[in-house]
Design a protein around this ligand. Structure first.
Ligand SMILES: Cc1cc2nc3c(=O)[nH]c(=O)nc-3n(C[C@H](O)[C@H](O)[C@H](O)COP(=O)(O)OP(=O)(O)OC[C@H]3O[C@@H](n4cnc5c(N)ncnc54)[C@H](O)[C@@H]3O)c2cc1C
Length: 248
């Protein structure tokens, strides 16, 4: 148990019946925050509020604190952790989508001390399902440092502020690092992540990013988003994310 903001409700509804529950929030390594030249490394038990309040150095031009602020309400953010959110792997949750857009990686550590690192999009293998062995913990999330010219956008569609999303669009264009990524999140399963999106998100003569909607619609359809209305809603979220990136 980390913040228990997802496990708690599941216990309440008897959706899970563990024999033993261990609170991992007292493990100091999981609270650590480290910054190096290319990344900020966020301990799994760092809370949404820690990120919202700037206790984590923001190497993302505002993406991390902005997304943290949009998660639920303050009481949930005070307890809920970034590692718990990513491991719970709710497709509608915010961290999975923005971390995929930023190109973040998770580090997992087993009881024997062996470590492995995965891209966030590979860690989540399906709805409420991650690539985690029974003797492993998620220990840290490495978020790449964006260059000065990077532009990002994140938009979640939901009826009330702080709700889980019905659709998420996220984009990152960071030409100095050769990175261009698009994410369609809050799907029925893992997000659709386009890691080399340069052909679908081009800069026009005036510098504004432009989305190739037809190419994206076809990509989403091939990725399993069969319902055209669902695709329409996700593309609307993505268009707003691009608008946000263009305002930066
Ligand atoms: C009313 C409400 C509204 C919410 N709205 C939103 C929202 O709008 N957007 C959003 O993104 N989220 C939302 N959430 C979820 C919230 O962000 C949770 O904090 C998050 O999903 C889970 O984090 P946690 O630290 O509470 O994890 P926990 O509930 O403690 O754990 C979740 C799961 O992850 C496992 N786990 C936790 N940490 C680790 C680790 N380090 N290594 C391995 N396994 C681990 C646990 O065993 C458990 O299976 C909401 C929650 C509530 C209660």
């Amino acid at each position: 148990m980390a913040g228990s903001q997802s496990l708690g409700p599941m216990l309440n509804m008897r959706l899970v019946r563990p024999d033993l529950v261990i609170d991992i929030t007292g493990i100091s390594e999981l609270q650590a925050i480290r910054e190096d030249r290319d990344h900020v490394r966020i301990g799994a038990c760092v809370t949404h509020a820690d990120i919202e309040d700037g206790r984590v150095p923001d190497v993302t031009g505002g993406a991390l604190p902005t997304v943290a602020h949009g998660i639920a309400y303050r009481a949930v953010r005070n307890r809920g952790t970034i590692g718990g959110s990513v491991t719970h792997a709710d497709p509608s949750a915010d961290w999975i989508s923005i971390l995929c857009a930023l190109g973040a990686e998770v580090t997992l550590q087993s009881a024997s001390g062996a470590r492995r690192t995965l891209a966030v999009e590979d860690y989540m293998v399906g709805a409420l399902e991650v690539d985690l062995e029974p003797d492993e913990l998620l220990v840290e999330i490495a978020v790449p440092r964006l260059s000065g010219n990077a532009r990002w956008g994140y938009h979640k569609l939901c009826r009330k502020t702080g709700e889980f999303a019905h659709a998420i669009g996220a984009v990152l264009s960071d030409p100095d690092r050769g990175v261009c990524r698009i994410v369609l999140g809050a799907t029925e399963t893992r997000p659709i992540v386009i890691t080399d999106a340069i052909a679908m998100l081009r800069a026009a003569d005036d510098g504004a990013l432009q989305l190739d909607r037809d190419a994206l619609d076809s990509h989403a359809s091939q990725a399993g988003m069969d319902d055209p209305i669902d695709r329409q809603i996700h593309l609307a979220a993505l268009r707003r994310a691009v608008d946000q990136a263009n305002r930066a």
